[in-house]
Design a protein around this ligand. Sequence first.
Ligand SMILES: *Cc1c(COP(=O)(O)O)cnc(C)c1O
Length: 479
Amino acid sequence: MEDKLREVYNPDNFKKAGYELIDLISGYLKNAEQGDIPVNNFEEPEKQLEFWKNYELGNNPPVKLFKDIIDRSIHVHHPKYMGHQISPAAPISALSSLVSSILNNGMAVYEMGSAATAIEKVVIEKITQKIGYGNNADGFLTSGGTIGNLTALLAARQAVSDTDIWENGIEENLGVMVSEEAHYSVDRALRIMGFGTKGIIKIPVGEQFTMKTDLLNDYYQEAEQNGIRVIAVVGSAPSTSTGMYDDLESIAEFCTAKKIWFHVDGAHGGAAIFSSKYKHLLVGVEHADSIVIDGHKMLMTPSIMTFLLFKEKNNSYSTFSQKAKYLLGKTGEEEWYNYASRTIECTKLMMSIKFYSILQCHGEEVFGQFVTHLYDLGKVLANCLKQRDCFQLALEPHSNIVCFRYMDTNLSAQELNELNSYIRNEVLKRGNFYIVQTNLNDLVYFRVTLMNPGTNSEILEELLDDIEEIRESRRIAKN
Ligand SMILES: *Cc1c(COP(=O)(O)O)cnc(C)c1O
């Protein structure tokens, strides 16, 4: 072996760098959790690019590179991180990612990932039981909710169509009904599938920003009159921008009556099935033909791992082959372990161990605790906001996603939008907190997703103080 290659694969080098890295990361986690570092060192993209283009590790140990990467990244383990919906990864699960990376089992066929493949079946069964699916349920893991939604809609198309789309292509105009507040990945999936704008039937939302399910029938009739065959309805559990759950029970009833597919996009909040306090938000989910739940959002795993569940096993096999139903009939159970026949991915991460390591080392109850704690915290923030006149809460939150804005009745809608955007940008630049923004009915709102169990009411009050202070400094600067 060439000397350089020997160096690359030297286990002793790995051991040295690895120990140094673990020391670095555990110190980092302490700093982040205690808020001793800023949540984010925001730098403009061009400056960041320049830094890495000119970067030279030189004779420094590899841990220096990792430290520089950490310093220049956002810190999701920080209790003032409350922006996008990514969980602070459970450290045990992060370690499982290291194991996955070193083993690098490709997963496509059984012998390329035997342990992780069997574990995948175990974790899928765990979740399908939680959902309340019967014994005929099945599923697998995909690389994210976006791919999960696409796969589910492909399965719906295959299951519902009379003709053999896989063989002949699409021969009729097909449509899917979905709330106008649904995550863009549903829209994108349908466009990838060739449905076009006319095949994406957006159902308006009501005051609660949830799908107006009483309109489903009207939109369905109208689509049919326009020659579009509606094959499915997608429910959001919850929608991404407001965190509000659609009425899954009503959607289920509608789909049953019309004999069409019911898909639940529970990427964020399907995890509430683990919380005895909040699982009521998911009532009706057990009727869904397919469900997506992200592990990296509300189940504490590192990115990326997603559950894609099917009520009927057959549907999880037939997506990518018109002959699968026949094959399944013939070979039956034996085929469960060759996952690539059912997924978009060929090579796939050993995702199952990210969830299984938490389950084994900490027990199932931590998933419920995580969801309950954070959804409770959403209500705590809502209450803090109500104590202050200068804030307007968009909605009574269902979950850990809370939308609100700075309010001043002397300002026009446009001035308020501009002010709220300004404040959010200042918050980002200061790096003390991380929050994002969203538009609801053309009004700009701050959007907070409480992802860290270390966040508490004092920290939330401090956020509101910061926002008020930014507003005040600007007022002074302008005068
Ligand atoms: C995040 C999210 C998605 C996309 O999932 P990824 O894992 O980011 O691909 C889809 N739907 C909803 C409701 C989401 O919140």
